[in-house]
Ligand binder design. Sequence first.
Ligand SMILES: [Zn+2]
Length: 417
Amino acid sequence: MALTLDTFTFGVGDRFAHQAKAQLQAFIQLKEAGVDVTPVWNKSNREHLIIGSEPDSVRAAAEAAVEALQWKGAFHVDADHIQMGTVDRFLKASDFYTIDVADAIGQPAPDDAIQAFVDRHPELVGEVTIPGIDTPFATDGIWLRDVTSQYLLAVQEARRIYRHLVDQLGDSGFATEVSMDETDQPQTPPELLVILAALADEGIPVQTIAPKFTGRFNKGVDYVGDLAQFEKEFSQDLAVIAHAVDTYGLPKSLKLSVHSGSDKFSLYPIIQRCLNAFGAGLHLKTAGTTWLEELIGLAESGEEGFALVREIYGQAFEKREALCEPYATVIDIDPTQLPSPEDIGSWKGSQFVNALRHDPTHPEYNPHLRQLLHVGFKVAASLGERYLQALRDHEAAVSQNVTANLFERHMKPLFLG
Ligand SMILES: [Zn+2]
């Protein structure tokens, strides 16, 4: 029996491992408001490499926060977007594994394996009726073969990594997420059904699945796409998940995972509506925007803190192309909309805060500046102890922003409506 996830889990990132307490405070406020949501601290291998940190530090920070605030609920540490080559360093720290198999999508599995899957699943061909979806999916054998050849190797790769985890950890000590979001083409709800059937066949007790949804999920800014289309797809995905749990014996705790889920303000009411309609759970990962709240807190704290923020912006502005490169598919920056470091030299801290804080209704809000700083954490990492000391010196101003951002802008609209 695998570790079972709670109905609602919420992923928070903490690049510099100083805000776990401020983050946990938001979960406490939510609990006081009547909704139990389990915190999951996530940090990908890529982030660890950029910061120069180890997965153990994520667990240490989480445990210290849980201890300090006397949190009695569950919490998890997510090995985010791991693959076979990167998973081992997470084994001691993590009890939640996001198995990223996006790279294997589109690579064909052996023909006999595809044929065996197609033969095993006649129920996926023809009129496929799913409770909760008005019009049955109309499919045929060619479609099923195409979808299977698109995704079967990815599912087999997920099995290989899952079995490795079981060998290392036993099967009771962790929860499994499978992610397919970092790819070009969204997966449609009928494709998700095929993927779930294949995951069940391979014996993977998947508890959260991260498909790629329609529309753009850029880092740290709002959703860009067709809201009606998203609602239809999200709602159908929920129906497909409930159906797959019943039909293929997947864990009852299986739920959707929304990646880069922070700041998607226009989606939260839709997601809440759909979850209520299906009585479904959710895992939502934020996009490491806590570090932007650190900058906001520092800029608010006075001249000394703001000077450091200006220095970080100046370097990020100079190194823009290199910083953006690894995130090219998940950011949209118009360089002509970025203020120059000289411009910012004459700004007050409050003007900078208005540009950076994610309040789309504020006339000074600047999503280009926000996205540049989002990917600019490498600059702060390179400042080392100087940056960390500033966080400690201005802890009150910083933590207030970290907590309020999570609770007011994310949890309230998602869980309290
Ligand atoms: Zn992801």
